[in-house]
Design a protein around this ligand. Structure first.
Ligand SMILES: [Zn+2]
Length: 99
């Protein structure tokens, strides 16, 4: 079955229905609590997006930032610290771009 990796978001073929990650690398990152920590690959620049697609992604980024911020309050250390830092970086990045 095709699933989306919880860490990098890429689609992958899951061997088991309980699989959450595309690779050992992503599974390890999840265990270490460093999801979204600068490991995402830049999208292919040859692919152009419509303005609606970009705006919907920006909306999802805002949602992700607030989800991460909420998660950081409900998660034990050290994961909470990573989540907090990432949500802060995400909000800062969005604000810096005027989004
Ligand atoms: Zn992955």
């Amino acid at each position: 079955m095709i699933k989306n990796c919880e860490i990098c978001g890429r689609e992958y073929v899951a061997q088991r229905s309980t699989a959450k990650y595309c690779s050992n690398r992503c599974r390890l990152m999840a265990q270490r609590g460093v999801a979204f920590n600068g490991e995402l690959e830049a999208p292919d620049v040859r692919v152009s997006m419509t303005q609606e697609e970009v705006l919907s992604l920006v909306g999802r980024a805002h949602d992700a930032a607030s989800d991460l911020s909420r998660a950081s309050m409900l998660t034990p250390a050290p994961l909470c610290l990573s989540l907090k830092a990432v949500s802060q970086k995400l909000s800062d990045a969005l604000r810096a771009e005027g989004l």
